[in-house]
Structures are given as C-alpha cells and as structure tokens.
Design a protein around this ligand. Structure first.
Ligand code: CA
Length: 432
C-alpha cells in the first residue's frame, strides 16, 4: 500500500515565524498545515492553510511567486473556491504543497516577508465548506456502538466481513457553527399512536470525516493495496440523528429522514500526510472474524489505523449564561474503529461504484468499550431510559439551546501534537 511517509515536514523541532504556531496547545503547528476554505472582508471564498491563529491564502502566495514545480501545480489547483481540484491531484500533489508551505513558514525562511503578506487572521474569517461534496456515505465502524444500538445486543454475522454503510445526504452537510433546527417527523407517541411532531430524542454521533482524493471510474474497483492513495484527509463529523424518527422508519431499508436533517463537519482537512506519525495497526481480530481477502493488505493491517483522540463537549443555555465550563460527555479514540479507512474505500468500490474527489465518508460513531467513550446519547442514556447530568441538569437527549462541540487531537512521543479545530452546533426549536 502506498502510504505517505514521515519526512522532514514532521520534524518536531521545526518552528514557525508565526509565533502562535509554536504554542504547545495550538491545533495548528507547522507540522499540521490543514487545508480549508475561508472568506474574509471581501467575502470571496478562497482556499487556505491554517498556521497558528492565521490562514495562509494559497492563491495569494502563488500570485506572489512563492511556489514552483509540483507545489505550484498544486497551488493552482487550490486557487479556486473549493478544494476538489486538489483532491483530484491526490496525495503526491498535496505533499509537494505541504513541503513548500512548511519551508515558507519555517523560522529563517528567506520569503518570510512575502509570505507574511499572504496571511490573514483566522478570527477575521468565516470558514466555509471545503469542497463540493457530491456524495456522502456513512459507515458503521464501531462494533461496540453496533452492539449497544442493536435490539438484541448482538452483532449480526455479516458485521465481521462487511464494512456496513449507507448512502446519506450530501446536500445537508454544513460547516461547524451552523445551528440545527430540530426536525419534525413521524414517530409513535407514548400511547403508541403515530404522530407528526418535533423530534423528542435529538442525538449527535461523534465520527471522523474522511475526504476522498482522486477516486475511480465506474466499474473499476480500487484494490485494498492502493486504497490509501484515495484517502486525502480527515476532519470531525457530527452525524446528527433524530432517534424517534430513525427508530420508527428504520426497518427494513435503513435511515432516511432521521439522518438527512443535517450533518456538521469541521472546516479544516488534516491531510493523510500530516497524520503519518499517528498511524497504527488495524484492529486485531479473532481467528473466526478475519476479513475477506479483498479487504486485507499487509501494509494496511500494519499501518492503516489512526491514533486520534476524539472529544465531545456539551453546554446548555443556562450553563453558558452562568459561564460554566462545558461538560466532556465523550472521550474516545479512532483506534476503536473495526475497519481501516482503506478498507472502507476498497469495500465501497468493490462492486464498481465510483468515488469522486470530495466525496465524504463518515466513519460511523466512534464508540469504544468504556462508558466514557460512548459517542452518542442513545448509548449514554441507554436508549433514553437513564438520565445524564449536564452541569447538574438532567438530560436523556438534546434540548433546545444545547450545544455540542467536537474536538480531535493526535499525539505521539517524538512528534508534534496536531489538532482538528472544532465541529460545533446548537439546537434551535423546531419550526411549527
Ligand atoms: Ca452515523
């Protein structure tokens, strides 16, 4: 498998002349350099790279003559208002741009002055969707989540051989900060009568978002051995779930209106290369649960997992009024995933289905074994039967005014820790 390698862009001793990029708790040190789309004063959407509390305007840096060779080709692909053209060029192009930007932003760079003129303060910018998302697929990566959500408490036999997923709704993917209007829908009321009304069991799901790179032609599956070439980058994803609607409609075809209400993603795409130091082995399996051969590759088994800590924080309206600290409701790690991202790509295309640059995967709810790692409220409230204390207020699901924020962080000895920024959303009352 052709994984991007650890190289001198990951050197933990690299320091940036952007002082805030050198602070130990920043999400965006010079070893990260995630890609996103922003607009500042004039309101024109542009592609940028996060560094400390600033954004490097890629198009402006290219116009200033700061790139050459493959890095320039990549910068041109990222000079529009969306990142799809850069995704299409793949990880090698992204790597050339990363190397050039890392050198540009390193202390002692001869181009500091010219590059400094291409920086904007992130706080002065609005973040936008990073790409035109043509298709959105949501996987079911956690066996622990699947067991707890199953009516029987058991996994079905196919779970061990099929990375289960469904086609979700791309048009309702929104950027962090977009409020969620509580949906209306059908579900049985307490008396068993089916009613149409506001969702009583609004939930979140803490997931990793995965952006597809070049993709494939219809009828041409991507083999597991090259699947990593199509994993461009990662972000945080909240698969908002309306449980009453979902549980009522869900059989036999699966989720529809219970999931298509909205999905929130974080604005910054952390590239596969930035995550190279945080790769880890795939989940080990019992001998009777080994995946089929077309989903097995030695390199993917050895290095296809990702060690990423994921957090969900909860505030209520009264907590914010009182200045209370958010409650950490979930603390988990993507190592809980039963499948690697490469296995998701290989499985998704194994029937010939084509993926396109900018297609989005949700990993599935990243729930682990420990209760503190359960990554949605249907699990934490035991399907709405047990109270959860949020700053002293009892909850089973989300109330109007509640806000959920995800954060992510990758940490390993000997490397700079990198973060994912935020994926946040607040619940608004249902429309009548
Ligand atoms: Ca989900």
């Amino acid at each position: 498998m052709s994984l991007v390698e650890i190289n001198d862009t990951h050197d933990p001793d690299r320091r940036s002349w952007v002082a805030t990029a050198n602070e130990p708790d920043t999400d965006f040190p010079i070893q990260n350099l995630p890609l996103g789309v922003f607009s500042s004063g004039a309101g024109v959407a542009r592609c940028g790279i996060a560094i400390g509390d600033c954004i490097l305007d890629i198009s402006a840096a290219n116009s200033a003559g700061l790139f050459s060779g493959p890095a320039k080709d990549a910068a041109i692909a990222a000079s529009g208002s969306q990142l799809n053209s850069l995704f299409a060029l793949g990880n090698e192009a992204a790597s050339a741009l990363r190397k050039a930007v890392a050198d540009l932003l390193t202390q002692g760079s001869k181009d500091e002055q010219a590059a400094n003129a291409c920086l904007v303060m992130a706080a002065d910018c609005e973040m936008l969707l990073p790409a035109k998302i043509g298709s959105f697929t949501d996987f079911l990566c956690s066996d622990e989540h699947s067991k707890r959500m199953s009516p029987t408490g058991n996994l079905r036999q196919h779970y061990h051989s099929v990375p289960i997923a469904y086609h979700s709704r791309a048009t309702t993917v929104r950027i962090s900060g977009t409020p969620l209007r509580r949906p209306n829908g059908q579900y049985p009321g307490p008396d068993g009568e089916v009613t149409f009304g506001s969702e009583p069991a609004q939930d979140f799901e803490l997931e990793l978002g995965i952006f597809v790179g070049p993709g494939n032609d219809l009828g041409e599956p991507i083999g597991i051995e090259t699947a990593a070439d199509h994993l461009f980058g990662y972000g945080l994803l909240n698969d908002w779930s309306a449980r009453a609607i979902q549980f009522w409609e869900g059989q036999p075809l699966g989720p529809f209106l219970g999931k298509s209400l909205m999905t929130t993603i974080s604005p910054w795409i952390v590239t596969a290369e930035a995550l190279a130091p945080f790769r880890m082995p795939a989940r080990s399996r019992d001998p009777d649960a080994v995946p089929p051969a077309h989903l097995l590759d030695d390199d993917d088994q050895a290095n296809g997992g990702l060690d990423i800590d994921l957090f969900a924080y909860w505030t209520t309206e009264s907590m914010r009024e009182n200045g209370a600290e958010p409650v950490t409701i979930t603390r988990t790690n993507f190592r809980a995933s039963y499948w690697t991202p490469a296995q998701m790509v290989a499985h998704h295309t194994s029937n010939g289905c084509n993926l396109e640059p900018g297609d989005l995967f949700g990993s599935g709810t990243v729930s682990g074994v420990e209760r503190s790692s359960w990554a949605c409220l249907a699990e934490l409230s035991e399907k709405g039967t047990a109270d959860i204390s949020v700053g002293g207020e009892p909850r089973r699901y989300l109330e109007d005014g509640d806000e959920i924020t995800f954060r992510g962080r990758a940490t390993r000895d000997g490397f700079a820790s990198i973060g994912f920024g935020e994926c946040s959303g607040r619940i608004l009352p249902a429309s009548r």
